[in-house]
Design a protein around this ligand. Structure first.
Ligand code: EPU
Length: 423
């Protein structure tokens, strides 16, 4: 059954909430340490379940991991094996990102089909095609995938669909390959740019990260020598955006600190158009509950568009807006699956097809028992419970803990009434 939250809804929130390091950045830095011969230090690490699982995967490979507060030191001198632990890898999408560096370093790897959030089919064809393009052979069985290569050679690879982890994984594989790799139609997320900048500081040759064409000149199979060994994890723009949606519903006002407003330009534009009062500085954003929220059409997009990871949070916001909004989820076909549960809380949302839904607002949400289905839907339900009058119970909060560190403690400081019940 796992732990659950008991939430007393209808409480306003006031104060400051700090944004932690980005989950989707640190999971990739952890994988990148496999490219190194010596110790790497990762700073500003969020203490979340997905990071703990990724660390367990590294330790299982024989890598030494030492954690002190938010700093992790990783020594990858020896890799005892090249196969990922099946059970852990099945629970974490980012496990596949480790395979790029393992293959590049050892010329072989085994991994099961990666798990993670149940938000759609989540195929891995682009990864496999990319590795084949660099000269690897792939054998697929019921248990998973075995990759082998005599050597990895640079190639030109075109992503048919833009893939975030696909771009990161092939970029890291190419760092240790021979020759030049060009990745076209690559993803542009800030986490990718941060990863490339770190690798470049340590001797890699990556050009164009943050654009749709990335060129990587391989270091020819030699392991990288770290020159400046620390990587500071960038702020989590999804956590920041989630808090902004929360502040727009309950803030009197709510100040989100330690974030990068430049990474949130489209979500901020949407909030502004919806009538949410916003103030911002270099690394903070303050939002307040709007007297009258305007309905808006939402469409998720690759960066710099509205992130799919913020979609459920912005849908919750639109349930409180005057009029009809359309949400169009373009990235994952299962990412509106939570809508049914939200309707049970009193929202009036009509599914048009798996990718589109009409939100009729405003609706008063009712307190009830809710099941978290994935990280972002889980947080949306928690916020739903916080705006509903009465007592709600949010189950399966492991999903929320996967991506948001000690969320209830941070929200209680703002005036929320949430209790974690361990079972
Ligand atoms: N796709 C393919 N083939 C592939 C890979 C992806 O067709 O081989 C498709 C997917 O089915 C999807 C689209 O490409 O329709 C985009 O998926 P992408 O590969 O970009 O997603 P991802 O890399 O698996 C990362 C984040 C997700 C985030 C997405 C989109 C990590 C660990 N995960 O996933 O984060 O939603 O990018 O921005 O970085 C979350 O944090 O809650 C989360 C799910």
């Amino acid at each position: 059954m796992g732990a659950h939250f008991i939430v007393q809804g209808g409480k306003s929130l006031k104060g400051t909430i700090h944004v932690n390091g980005a989950k989707n950045a640190v999971l990739k830095s952890l994988a990148a340490t496999i490219l190194f011969e010596d110790t790497v230090r990762i700073e500003n690490v969020p203490l979340i379940e997905d990071v703990f699982r990724a660390v367990e995967l590294l330790e299982d490979l024989g890598i030494e991991v030492e954690r002190k507060n938010r700093t992790i030191k990783i020594k990858t001198k020896n890799l005892h094996k090249t196969n990922l632990d099946i059970n852990i890898a099945r629970s974490l999408r980012a496990s596949i990102v480790m395979i790029g560096p393992i293959l590049a370093r050892e010329k072989k790897a085994f991994f099961p089909h990666p798990g993670g959030c149940v938000i759609g089919k989540r195929p891995i064809n682009l990864f496999l095609e990319g590795w084949k393009c660099m000269g690897a052979e792939c054998r697929e069985t019921k248990r998973g995938y075995t990759l082998k290569a005599k050597k990895l050679k640079g190639c030109e690879f075109i992503f048919r669909n833009i893939s975030v982890t696909g771009t990161e994984t092939l970029m890291m594989t190419a760092v240790l390959a021979e020759g030049t790799t060009t990745l076209r139609n690559a993803a542009c997320e800030p986490e990718i740019t941060a990863l490339a900048e770190f690798l470049n500081r340590c001797g890699a040759h990556i050009e164009g990260a943050g654009t749709h064409t990335i060129k990587i000149t391989g270091t020819g199979g030699k392991l990288l020598q770290t020159r400046r060994k620390a990587i500071k994890t960038i702020p989590d723009r999804i956590e920041a955006g989630s808090f902004l949606a929360l502040g727009a519903l309950l803030g009197r006002p709510l100040k989100v600190t330690g974030c990068d407003p430049e990474h949130l330009s489209v979500p901020l534009q949407i909030l502004q158009e919806a009538g949410v009062p916003i103030r911002k500085g270099k690394d903070w954003i303050q939002v307040s509950k709007s007297r009258k929220l305007k309905s808006l059409d939402l469409k998720t997009r690759e960066y710099p568009g509205l992130p799919t990871d913020l979609q459920s949070l912005f849908v919750i916001l639109m349930t409180q807006a005057e009029g009809q909004s359309m949400v169009h989820e373009t990235v994952f076909e299962g990412r509106l699956n939570y809508i049914e549960e939200l309707n049970r809380m009193g929202a009036r949302i009509t599914m048009c097809d798996p990718h589109r839904a009409l939100i009729h607002g405003p609706t008063r949400l009712r307190a009830r028992e809710i099941e978290s289905t994935d990280i972002r839907a889980g947080l949306a339900f928690l916020i739903g419970a916080m705006i509903a009058k009465g007592e709600s119970r949010v189950n399966n909060i492991y999903q929320i803990d996967r991506g948001y560190e000690h969320i209830e403690e941070r929200l209680i400081k703002l005036g929320a009434q949430i209790q974690r019940i361990e079972s």
